[in-house]
Write a protein that binds this ligand. Structure first.
Ligand SMILES: Cc1cc2nc3c(=O)[nH]c(=O)nc-3n(C[C@H](O)[C@H](O)[C@H](O)COP(=O)(O)OP(=O)(O)OC[C@H]3O[C@@H](n4cnc5c(N)ncnc54)[C@H](O)[C@@H]3O)c2cc1C
Length: 398
């Protein structure tokens, strides 16, 4: 059983199916259509992991092979590749989140994966040595059973709590994200370049689709974490007015894009989940954001979720029993994902400087970019160059 039909849950079900293991996915929401929602970038390591699922992402979104960083005054800080291009020419790709979910679910359905909606996990009982698996209880009062329970239930994972009631929860990043899709305004520059503007009061990123639409997102600083109710009380026009005010003095097209956006997307608060000491207990395990969410700034949450899903399926395919598979999975994944979460937090720090630290920040970033250009060494290369060989047996020890 898998709880959660998000990126990690669906990916895991597809990978397990490929490994000859059947899994039913139980999703808390009772609808199959997702909102338009925001976009995300699948870095090349995510594309590499998707290969193991035989999932072709090329009909979604557009390629974003480069990132161009500029300051509030329009000064170029750096222009660098968004990870290496894969051997077959595939480069990092920016896709609408809802379209990715939909396409993954359709791919899963074609592979024969069953998804049940309206099944919010509330409790799970590991029947231990006497029984043969786990019995899950859902909010609608129904139950289901299976050999294992894989918790792919996201940031506020119920499975994480069931495995360890003392597990840490989400950590607020200090940023609220707002975004949208602008039409009918010239984007300038190359389509497919992700532009990152370190503005005087907030961070703004955008990329232009070859069809002319500009996809953008802004990170607004909020020292105190707003509640969902507080966010809901702020109307779209208020967000628009705040964004225009925040970016008014900065060089760049932010204000023009905000004006050319019909509908500002509902804002979302950014969190991470740093170190979760227990990933598994008995027959239950967590993957994806449930185990180690990273802030969106580093663009790796979905990538880590897909990598987790594929590696866990390989471990379950190759280990002698589920205990050995869970141990091998944790050995293969923990160090990498925790390093990514820590790196994400540092990246966020660059986006929220005070007035006195903004100039030194731009200078330090600029020097780091120049060093990268000179040496050809990208400090994030270890993130992007990760490769999963589906056919190779999962390493069981060491
Ligand atoms: C604004 C934003 C931008 C991002 N940008 C990027 C990016 O550029 N690149 C990148 O790689 N990542 C990015 N991410 C991160 C990425 O979206 C997540 O890391 C990824 O979706 C995690 O996948 P998941 O399957 O673990 O969780 P989710 O995709 O959140 O899926 C969890 C699923 O579990 C379901 N669920 C929850 N509780 C229960 C329950 N009790 N019972 C049953 N079902 C339940 C939920 O409804 C959901 O369908 C971004 C995230 C945000 C918010």
């Amino acid at each position: 059983m898998i709880s959660g039909a998000g990126i990690s849950g669906i990916s895991c079900a597809i990978a397990l199916r490929k490994a000859g293991i059947e899994a039913v996915v139980y999703e808390g929401y009772d609808r199959t259509a997702d909102d338009v929602g925001a976009f995300l970038t699948l870095a090349v390591n995510a594309l590499d992991a998707l290969r193991a699922l035989d999932f072709d992402v090329r009909r979604l979104g557009f390629e974003t092979p480069r990132i161009r960083l500029t300051s509030a005054s329009g000064r170029l800080i750096g222009d660098l590749p968004y990870g290496r291009v894969l051997r077959d020419g595939a480069a990092s790709r920016t896709v609408k989140r809802a379209e990715l979910y939909r396409a993954l679910r359709e791919h899963a359905a074609r592979q024969g994966v069953r998804i049940e909606y309206g099944k919010r996990l509330t409790h799970a009982r590991d029947t231990g040595d006497t029984g043969d698996g786990v019995v899950a209880t859902f909010a609608d009062g129904t139950t289901a059973s299976g050999d294992l329970l894989i918790g792919a239930d996201g940031l506020r994972s119920r499975t994480r709590e069931l495995i360890d009631p003392a597990a840490p929860g989400v950590r607020y990043s200090g940023l609220v994200n707002v975004g949208g899709y602008a039409r009918g305004v010239p984007a300038g520059g190359d389509p497919g370049t992700m532009h990152a503007i370190f503005g005087s009061r907030a961070f703004f990123a955008y990329a232009a689709h070859a069809h002319g639409e500009v996809w953008w997102a802004a990170n607004l600083t909020r020292a105190a974490e707003p509640t969902a109710a507080e966010l809901a009380m702020v109307g779209e026009q208020d967000w628009r007015a705040e964004l225009m005010e925040v970016f008014r003095r900065d060089h760049g097209p932010a204000v023009a894009f905000i004006e050319a956006t019909d509908r500002i997307l509902a804002p979302w608060t950014a969190y991470d989940v740093p170190v979760v000491p227990r990933w598994h207990r008995g027959r239950m395990i967590i993957i994806g954001d449930a185990a180690h969410a990273t802030v969106p700034s580093i663009g790796q949450g979905a990538a880590m979720a897909i990598e987790d899903a594929v590696v866990l399926a390989k471990c379950l395919r190759d280990a002698t029993d589920f205990g050995a598979a869970f141990a091998a999975y944790e050995r293969l994944r923990r160090e990498r994902v925790e390093r990514v979460v820590a790196q994400g937090r540092r990246t966020d720090g660059w986006k929220t400087p005070g007035p006195l630290t903004r100039i030194p920040r731009d200078l330090i970033m600029s020097l780091a970019m120049k060093r990268m250009a000179r040496t050809g060494h990208d400090p994030n290369h270890w993130i992007y160059e990760h490769h999963i060989d589906w056919d190779e047996p999962a390493r069981q020890s060491g």
